[in-house]
Design a protein around this ligand. Structure first.
Ligand code: BYC
Length: 330
């Protein structure tokens, strides 16, 4: 509503870019200089960042739904307060990220429309249901753990506004990961029923979490270019491996079993080797056929419709303030 003027025509339709400018841009990136909104940048760099940042923003916003589902049923006041704060944090992350995307010339309205019309991706992980309270532990521990692994390198991304937004996001995700792990510790050390609930949640979330890192390197269409532009610092498979290596000892401490019969420590390489990921399931979720895709979009559309009056009131208030300021200046 505030930023329609920001929307740009498809940047691919621009005339050929100056080779000198492109070379200078790459030199700056190679020298670890930050690219800022008013700096010259290749159209394709702008486009890929807008794609990634907006998908990331949508993920934060849709990511509120599986956890929001448990706010009313959290088992104590302390758990409820922590979960409420976590879900609010995710909303804040979405807002910083939409703001970062706006610095590239994309309006928030257009980005939100893309999500609501099913034209934009968001993380596959949020299309799985949170069936029990243990899922809130597993999501915090594993989903936020995976998010941190992926997002810490993004604090060094070449695009300034995205890199700076990630610093605060990572700090908050770190708190989220700890609150999730603490829930898992409580359940795993609790009654046999609680431990079984924690194991069941781990069984269901483990493989979808490994898919969060994206397709295997050989199938990752954007990785090479994003690495040259220093948007990506590690490949999808490298980050996935770091996550597995960090998480296996945490599962061992809990006394829970990761649902992978092929999981084994490779002494020579110093890594935990894991079994085959079901990439067909990943593709099905991305194609809109995961367990909750339809519910998630329906919930977002309903929230958007029901929030129309807030947007109208905010616009009316902004217009009133502007008119008042203009009168005062006259
Ligand atoms: N789900 O060439 P690739 C969070 C898409 S928020 C869906 O490797 P790229 C949290 C990819 O977009 C979690 N789509 O792509 C929030 C591309 O499709 P398009 C979100 C996926 O960009 C609340 C195609 O597959 N985190 O953690 O080089 C509570 C080919 O992939 C997925 C971010 O967004 C997926 N899992 O690398 C708790 C972080 N994976 O665009 C936690 C920022 C891949 O060509 N994003 N695709 O249609 C990134 O770091 C990168 O975009 C990715 C993918 C590593 C995800």
């Amino acid at each position: 509503m505030y930023t329609q003027a920001l929307n740009q025509a498809d940047t691919d339709a621009r005339p050929m870019e100056d080779a000198g400018l492109a070379a200078r841009f790459q030199e700056r990136v190679d020298a670890e200089e930050r690219i800022e909104p008013n700096d010259w940048m290749p159209a394709a760099y702008r486009k890929t960042l807008t794609r990634q940042i907006s998908q990331h923003a949508h993920s934060e916003i849709v990511g509120m739904l599986p956890e929001g589902n448990w706010i009313t049923r959290a088992p104590s006041l302390r758990r409820k307060a922590a979960l409420l704060a976590k879900v609010q944090d995710e909303c804040g992350h979405g807002l910083y990220l939409y703001a970062a995307a706006e610095t590239l010339g994309a309006s928030r309205e257009e980005l939100v429309d893309q999500l609501l019309e099913g034209r934009a991706k968001y993380s596959s992980i949020f299309n799985y249901p949170t069936l029990t309270w243990a899922d809130i532990g597993a999501v915090g521990w594993l989903v936020d753990g995976a998010a941190i692994m992926n997002q810490i390198p993004l604090c060094r991304c070449s695009y300034g506004p995205y890199a700076r937004a990630m610093i605060r996001v990572c700090k908050e995700e770190s708190f989220h990961q700890r609150q999730g792990y603490e829930i898992m510790v409580t359940l795993a050390k609790g009654t046999p029923e609680q431990k079984a609930m924690a194991q069941d949640a781990l069984d269901r979330w483990w493989w979808p979490c490994l898919m969060m890192f994206g397709p295997p390197d050989a199938a990752s269409q954007h990785s090479d270019q994003s690495t040259r532009w220093k948007i990506k610092r590690f490949s999808n498979d490298e980050l996935r491996q770091k996550f597995v290596d960090a998480t296996v000892p945490q599962a061992q401490y809990l006394g829970l079993t990761l649902p992978d019969p092929d999981l084994a420590f490779d002494e020579e390489a110093g890594h935990w080797r894991y079994g085959e990921i079901d990439w067909e399931e990943f593709k099905a979720v991305l194609a809109g056929n995961g367990p909750c895709n339809r519910d998630r979009l329906a919930a977002r559309r309903k929230a958007h419709e029901e929030g129309a009056w807030v947007r109208e009131a905010a616009s009316a208030y902004a217009a009133k303030r502007e008119a008042r300021a203009a009168r005062a200046a006259a």
